[in-house]
Design a protein around this ligand. Structure first.
Ligand code: GLA
Length: 385
């Protein structure tokens, strides 16, 4: 994060120094994919890529925002917030302002500069990062401070209502509540969470970006969500009392297999088995058993690829290459899928070799380069100046 750069950009555009600077991180989900909108378990960590907003309150209701990433400035009025087709990046800011206002928080206008190092559209939650950073910026401008869980919930609402992705709570939650050196085990039904320390030495977490532009993500995502709802509805028709797939076991699901289509059954099987894998992973990590954790990551990928069908050739190529490289304990796609990134757990000394081998295998198979990031778990959103 470069506070000087964003401060200088603020002074140049709006004059004076910003009254505040806030940051919010992207995330990598270690395991627990497509479980959060089924009341299930997730296990993400915040990463060392942030969205940063520098701002100052205004005396009127205007919001002026400059994006350094897009080199574009936009403006809107807090009393008439509309989506912008010309500056789509600002819809996160607009959406967050809209939900904060409708939740009864009195906002002030502001001048803001937005900068970001979270790779865009790559499944590392650049959207959640900009939402959470925007919320913190509006709060700072108005002199209010929401509880971080409330902040995450309002940002999720902004994503659903303003951006149109019927997402779960994971991304906004970890961006708001991440803890340095830890992943968060989150029960998305109760929103209870527990920071679990990641091994401080011995293993590294490596993110590999397929660099495949994501497409169809919103429609396929919303379709998966509705298939999960169909599974729950089918079970209820069988007089099974369940609120969400969280309440279902594999035995129960297979006993009612005939009540649903094969596709719906497989979607549900992924969610049910993935929830168990999260519980097993957290237990394994807490007893220092990184090998079991790695094996569960591999099983998670297979289930996302075969049952949930949200992987793609590029993600599979990265995972396959990773599993052939020495020192790799586990590897899987992370985030919604259809492109984006994989996350791998690797013995510390093996990382350079991993980049080289997996990088060249990927280039040979796919025809372009993957990008690698070794990451440590970072803190969640905060005001930094
Ligand atoms: C996206 C959503 C999350 C979650 C993941 C899949 O990142 O925003 O809520 O559903 O996909 O695990």
């Amino acid at each position: 994060m470069d506070i000087d750069r964003i401060g200088a950009a603020f002074s140049e555009r709006f004059g004076g120094s910003p009254a505040f600077v806030v940051r919010a991180p992207g995330r990598v989900n270690l395991i627990g994919e497509h479980t959060d909108y089924n009341d299930g378990f997730v296990f993400p960590a915040a990463i060392e890529f942030d969205v940063v907003v520098a701002g100052s309150p205004r005396a009127d209701r205007a919001v002026r925002a400059l994006s350094l990433v897009y080199g574009q400035q936009t403006a809107f009025d807090l009393d008439r917030i509309e989506r912008s087709a010309e500056a789509p990046w600002s819809n996160y800011l607009r959406g967050v302002a809209c939900v904060l206002t409708s939740a009864g928080h009195g906002l002030l206008g502001m001048d803001a500069v937005v900068d970001g190092a979270v790779p865009l559209g790559s499944g590392l939650s650049s959207s959640a990062a900009i939402e959470v950073a925007s919320s913190l910026a509006f709060e700072s401008a108005a002199g209010i401070a929401l509880d971080p869980v409330q902040r995450a919930l309002l940002c999720q609402r902004a994503e659903r209502e303003f951006v149109g992705v019927q997402c779960g709570i994971m991304d906004q939650f970890i961006s708001a509540l991440g803890r340095r050196g830890h992943a968060l085990f989150v029960d998305t039904r109760t929103l209870e969470y527990r920071p679990v320390p990641l091994p401080a030495s011995g293993v590294s977490i490596v993110i590999a970006n397929t660099n495949r532009p994501r497409s169809l993500t919103t429609s396929a995502y919303n379709e998966r969500r509705s298939q999960c709802e169909q599974a729950v509805a089918a079970l209820r028709q069988q007089a099974v009392v369940v609120q969400a797939l969280r309440d279902v076991t594999l035995a129960l699901l297979s006993a009612h297999r005939a009540a649903m289509t094969d596709v719906v059954y497989r979607r549900a099987r992924h969610v049910v088995s993935e929830n168990q894998r999260v519980l097993d992973s957290v237990q394994a990590l807490e007893r220092g058993d990184v090998r079991t954790f790695g094996r569960l990551m591999v099983e998670s990928h297979a289930s996302l690829r075969d049952d949930y069908q949200v992987s793609c050739a590029e993600l599979d190529a990265l995972v396959e290459a990773a599993l052939e490289a020495p020192g790799v304990l586990g590897s899987r796609m992370t985030g919604a899928g259809f492109g984006g990134c994989t996350v791998s757990l690797i013995e510390e000394g093996a990382v350079d070799d991993f980049r080289e081998r997996v990088g060249s295998r990927y280039r040979d198979t796919v025809g372009y380069d993957a990008t690698f990031h070794v990451t440590r778990a970072a803190d969640g959103a905060e005001r930094v100046a």
